[in-house]
Design a protein around this ligand. Structure first.
Ligand SMILES: *[C@@H]1O[C@H](CO)[C@@H](O)[C@H](O)[C@H]1NC(C)=O
Length: 346
């Protein structure tokens, strides 16, 4: 969903996750019920194995100490937010503003006032359509822990040219990259932009996945074997982590395949993908930062993706329980803290 609300949801997701890692309340169902429904690793796995995987995700979450200054737990940049939307922006942005210094949005000059007017504290860089865009973003990269590329980006040639340059300088600096939405459209045009970059996570939906597979594998997707299809795409991209969103989310790093079927809601609201990419930005940073002793040899990006998928689905589930069919992206964002506690803070 390429809208301004999209980028706001991504920002809100990232900010709220980063800030609420110490949220206290325990909501929703007991954890082991949540775990039983949560996922299947390969075919059959015991609750104990699921618990172990969740424990690894918990391991990567940094402890909240009073000594830390804001932002140390994950400053995320978002490349996008250029497309306007008439949807309500105010509520997600109230949440965003709590974590203002955690989130930088790099957007077009035209989009900036809209984003700023709702959240004066959000750091907005109206540089994406400037001739110096690559340099303007590069100046900030040393302060950022991850970049989310694509929500609300659009497909204008000049912008995409700039984004190509931004991807190149980010890779050169080893910045983790989460690629979603129109960012994936760009990758389908030019897979070499991301091929072999092991700090990237791609989050395609069904249609985006098909487009990528055709571009990279020159094959139509085998819809009967999602796990195999995700594994193959990841390998063809040089073991870049791929998260195929769907009824279950299927995640692969070219070696293992995880499935996340944490109960969500039947109704997928538009912002769900944006919450996923935003929270992935933070979780990928945490996972890479945690080091191999915390992740027990598991791929940090795979764990981060699993954590972000579980969290997004849990948000959706909790929001749907409260609001039913009228659930909005905003309702989901309000559940980020409680859902995080339910899943990861026990
Ligand atoms: C990707 O992972 C598979 C499985 O571990 C391995 O066989 C392959 O060589 C890896 N590819 C790259 C490019 O590292």
């Amino acid at each position: 969903m390429a809208t301004l609300v999209g980028v706001v949801a991504a920002v809100a997701g990232a900010a709220v996750v980063a800030l609420l890692s110490a949220a206290l309340a325990l909501y929703g169902q007991p954890l082991d019920t949540a775990l039983k429904r949560a996922f299947s690793l390969h075919k059959v796995h015991s609750i104990k194995d699921m618990e172990n995987t969740f424990q690894l995700v918990r391991n990567i979450i940094p402890p909240l100490t009073t000594k830390k200054h804001k932002g140390q737990d994950g400053r995320i940049g978002i490349i996008g937010g250029c497309q306007e939307s008439s949807l309500t922006l105010s509520q997600p942005l109230v949440l965003v503003s709590q974590g203002a210094d955690l989130s930088h949005v790099f957007c077009t000059r035209e989009a900036a006032p809209v984003i700023k007017s709702y959240s004066p504290e959000l750091i907005v860089h109206p540089v994406l359509d400037s001739p110096n865009a690559v340099h303007e973003v590069e100046k900030w990269l040393s302060r950022l822990h991850a970049l989310v590329v694509g929500p609300g980006l659009g497909r204008e040639d000049a912008l995409l040219e700039n984004v190509k340059g931004i991807l190149e300088v980010s890779k050169a600096r080893g910045i983790p990259l989460i690629i979603d939405a129109d960012g994936l459209w760009l990758i389908a045009q030019q897979p070499t932009l991301i091929q072999g970059y092991r700090k990237a996570v791609l989050t395609p939906n069904h249609m985006e996945f098909g487009r990528l597979s055709e571009a990279v594998l020159k094959d139509p997707v085998d819809n009967g074997d999602r796990r195999g299809a995700v594994l193959r795409l990841s390998q063809a991209l040089g073991n870049v982590t791929v998260v195929q969103k769907g009824e279950q989310d299927v995640i692969s790093d070219g070696e293992q395949v995880l499935e996340c079927s944490q109960q969500g809601s039947n109704r997928r609201c538009g912002g769900q993908g944006d919450l996923l990419s935003g929270s992935l930005g933070v979780l990928v940073h945490w996972a890479l930062h945690a080091g191999p002793e915390k992740t027990n040899g598991f791929s940090p990006l795979l764990l981060a993706a699993f954590g972000a998928c579980s969290l997004t689905r849990q948000c959706s589930h909790q929001a749907f329980q409260k609001h039913g069919r009228s659930t909005t992206t905003t309702d989901m964002i309000s559940e980020v803290g409680p859902a995080f506690s339910t899943l990861f803070e026990t």
